[in-house]
Ligand binder design. Structure first.
Ligand SMILES: Nc1ncnc2c1ncn2[C@@H]1O[C@H](COP(=O)(O)OP(=O)(O)OP(=O)(O)O)[C@@H](O)[C@H]1O
Ligand SMILES: [Mg+2]
Length: 388
């Protein structure tokens, strides 16, 4: 039961990864296997319980004998009439079993109903985002992503998070998003693989509206490396091959090498077979990041979304992660939420966001020269010596 809830928790928390790597079926199978096992275990427990019932019956029999001996003696002594005694025995025997069963039945029924209610509420929820009828697959030719007049709000239509946003991520270029916390940077990233749908305007990839192509093809074309890395309770190999279970050993090792992860993986107790995740070997922040970079390397999607980690890594780790990221970004269209100075400096184009709107755009040098929001943010965020 614990394993099952852990699996569910992980899959729900990592839902974006499951979706963007199109692993819904894989997870369904994993859950089915666990449910099967659980089913068998419960059946076994029931058998054990069934075996113990004869013992209880024997005790019950002894109790009845005791009642007869005690009550019979009272009748013989004349302190009780035969009629009362037999009426008591008869009602006792008739009522005993059904009452016992009824009490048990009620408990099981209440448990079952409560559980079923919760499960069905979830199962009956229709997916908010689905393929349009007859949608074609996305064909990425160059990899240009374009936001046109995009409006978006989460819960409150009165307070939109994105308000008429226009931005272009030219094919094969590296575009950085910067802006104060809550400006809507992560929101923009989430709209591209359609974790949410825009409320107005449109997002196009190579001229195709993301809402009119299939989700599977869209998410195949988009790689995502997010701030928090989701590792699954599985081997290092399976974690890297997530989304491409058919990848060969050589491909997996190559991806790990490119992500500067091969070395530390071979030093783990069982190498690529080491189980990581909640029940496995705990990895450091930098190691987890490099595993997720290896995963994206192997997926090899033409469009890469990168939410850079804010957590401070030590200098050596930082250098390794940065080098791995540089290799990952090569030859792809990259949209990166930038926290590292180096990322911002060599971006082809930087968009500065504030409250869901683009307030400035240009290269690092142009924006610095303008002494606007970017220059202010830059002075605050990046001019300080790097901690750690
Ligand atoms: N799932 C959500 N439901 C409701 N509101 C949300 C949700 N996610 C984000 N928001 C709100 O949307 C706004 C933009 O959030 P977003 O995560 O895009 O900011 P951000 O620019 O990525 O900030 P940071 O730099 O801190 O990561 C915030 O006001 C936030 O409170
Ligand atoms: Mg964010």
């Amino acid at each position: 039961m614990g394993q099952f809830t852990t699996l569910l928790e992980q899959v729900f928390m990592g839902a974006r990864h499951v979706k963007s790597y199109a692993m819904e079926e894989y997870e369904t199978k994993r859950a089915a296997t666990l449910i099967d096992r659980l089913h068998r275990l419960i059946a076994k427990a029931s058998r054990v319980r069934a075996v113990s019932s004869p013992l209880m019956e024997t005790l019950g029999g002894v109790a009845i004998v005791a009642v007869i001996v005690y009550g019979g003696n009272q009748v013989i002594d004349g302190t009780r009439t035969t009629g009362t005694f037999f009426s008591f025995i008869a009602s006792f025997l008739i009522a005993y079993e059904p009452v016992k069963r009824l009490a048990n039945l009620n408990v099981s029924m209440q448990e079952g109903l409560a559980a079923a209610d919760r499960v069905f509420t979830l199962i009956d929820t229709p997916p908010a985002i689905a393929d349009a009828p007859g949608a074609p697959a996305l064909a990425v030719t160059r990899g240009e992503v374009r936001f046109e007049g995009v409006r978006f709000h989460y819960a409150d239509p009165e307070a939109p998070q994105l308000d008429g946003l226009n931005l272009v991520i030219p094919a094969g270029q590296k575009v950085a998003l910067v802006g104060p916390s809550g400006a809507g940077k992560s929101t923009i990233l989430n709209l591209i693989p359609r974790f949410y749908d825009v409320t107005a305007g449109r997002i196009q990839i190579d001229g195709q509206n993301v809402q009119s192509v299939t989700l599977a093809s869209l998410r195949r074309s988009v790689g995502l490396v997010s701030q928090e890395v989701s590792l699954f309770d599985d081997s290092v190999r399976a974690n890297i091959a997530y989304g491409r279970p058919e990848a060969s050993e050589a491909e997996i090792i190559q991806a790990a090498r490119d992500a500067a992860a091969h070395e530390f993986i071979t030093e783990l107790p069982q190498g690529y077979d080491t189980v990581v995740g909640e029940f496995g070997v705990k990895l450091s922040g930098g190691q987890r990041q490099r595993l997720s970079i290896a995963r994206a390397m192997l997926k090899n999607a033409p469009i890469l979304l990168l939410d850079e980690a804010t957590s401070a890594l030590d200098t050596e780790s930082e250098r390794l992660v940065q080098a791995a990221l540089d290799r990952l970004m090569q030859g792809r269209t990259v949209l990166v939420i930038a926290h590292r100075l180096s990322t911002v400096v060599d971006a082809d184009l930087i968009y500065v966001l504030e409250r869901g709107k683009v307030v400035e755009r240009g290269s690092h040098a142009e924006l610095l020269a303008r002494t606007g929001l970017y220059a202010r943010l830059h002075a605050l965020q990046f001019a300080e010596p790097v901690a750690g």
